[in-house]
Design a protein around this ligand. Structure first.
Ligand code: SF4
Length: 385
């Protein structure tokens, strides 16, 4: 039986500015540099095809950065490069991340031609003053217009990302944002807790006393409001931060959380293939130079042992509402399985996990202790106390 190829990710490292909360790898968009990057990505894919298994992905996700910010010819070239290097016979989902206001008829036509069938919009807030405060470069009007544009082009599988507890956002504003988001009639939405990342602009704003971040209780309460609001709109929480109508879950992200293999192309992209892990050079100039000279762009290559590999894949499964079936997960060594079951029993008594029909999952309280659960699953973990 042929084995499905890894899920495919491509990182587009360009943005038109920097959002205050963001530390993802991106640089300012520059068409000349972007053109070299697009061709370097094709070269990296060619090198992978020469040395690895064929690319027959079930899902593709082009993230960033701002993939939709490439100008039309470059955007089309990127999609053509990827499409011409894969076997699309198993492809069920191809997502592109987009900034509202950056889609054009030409980009939408290129998406249709390549087989893109899902767009994930980085919306984050639905008041112009808030968007401006956190450095977003789009307006509320752009959001509605972009959703209409995508639907008119025949792309129905649309999602928006929101962030709870952004600076200056009251509980009333958050409720209004969720209600507005629900009114868009989407099949999928994400609501994330704001994380203050080291090195972000926001971290400096906090240090200067310009903003006091919400405490954990407030964050949890705001995410519960999101869960209730989306549920009313028919979007059920299937992962910590993700909501969908049944059948409209993001297959690409589900694959990560279900412990599947993926390969990432582009600067800073990460890969998990069998027991191998690697991350590409996190610098677009170095990435392009290495690719053009035929050098390997992978860094931090690591080969995990069998137990560490299975455990790492398993830990992500606890993010899912469906939970995990320990015995069916990657054929673990009996001693490791016994350790997992023992840990789960202990966590069940503490109210952190629950089990139904052989699947273990986090309780509502347990979502706050996901890191503890992950640590308990590590091979040879010695419980404290
Ligand atoms: S658009 Fe996305 S990747 Fe770019 S700075 Fe903002 S959050 Fe980060």
């Amino acid at each position: 039986m042929s084995h499905p190829g890894p899920h495919l990710y491509a990182h587009v490292p360009f943005c038109s500015g920097k959002c205050t909360y963001c530390v993802l790898y991106s640089v300012m968009y520059d068409p000349a540099r972007a053109a070299r990057y697009v061709d370097a990505l094709a070269t990296e894919m060619d090198a992978f095809l020469r040395h690895g298994s064929p690319l027959q992905p079930e899902t593709i996700f082009i993230g960033g950065g701002t993939p939709s910010g490439l100008d039309e010819p470059l955007f089309a070239r990127l999609l053509t490069h990827i499409r011409s290097r894969i076997d699309a016979s198993r492809l069920v989902e191809w997502t592109i991340e987009a900034q509202p206001g950056t889609l054009t008829p030409g980009k939408l036509a290129a998406m249709r031609d390549a087989g893109v069938n899902r767009i994930s919009f980085g919306v984050q807030a639905l008041r112009n003053a808030t968007l401006k405060r956190v450095g977003r470069r789009h307006s509320v009007a752009d959001v509605a217009a972009s959703l209409d544009q995508a639907r008119a082009a025949g792309i129905e599988n649309l999602s928006i990302d929101l962030i709870a507890c952004l600076p200056g956002v009251s509980s009333d504003e958050w409720r209004e944002t969720l209600a507005r988001a629900a009114s868009f009639g989407l099949h999928h939405a994400s609501a994330y807790a704001l994380t203050i990342e080291p090195g972000s602009i926001m971290e400096k704003q906090i240090a200067r006393g310009e903003f006091v971040p919400a405490d954990e209780d407030t964050q949890i309460a705001e995410l519960e409001v999101a869960e209730a609001c989306f549920a009313q709109a028919g979007l059920l929480r299937y992962e910590f931060s993700n909501y969908a109508q049944a059948g409209w879950e993001c297959h690409h992200n589900l694959a990560y959380w279900r412990g599947k293999d993926y390969v990432g192309f582009g600067p800073a992209a990460a890969s998990r293939l069998g027991r191998e892990r690697w991350t590409n050079l996190p610098d677009v100039n170095a990435y392009v130079a290495a690719t053009e000279s035929g050098a390997d762009v992978a860094r931090d290559r690591d080969t995990l042992d069998r137990d560490a590999d299975i455990t790492e894949r398993l830990m992500f499964g606890f993010r899912l509402a469906e939970g995990v079936d320990l015995a069916a997960f990657g054929d673990p060594d009996p001693a490791l399985l016994a350790q997992w079951v023992e840990s789960m029993e202990r966590l069940r008594q503490q109210g952190i996990v629950e089990t139904t029909r052989g699947r273990w999952r986090l309780t509502q309280i347990g979502r706050l202790y996901a890191d503890t659960v992950a640590a308990e699953l590590l091979p040879d973990h010695a419980p404290a106390g």
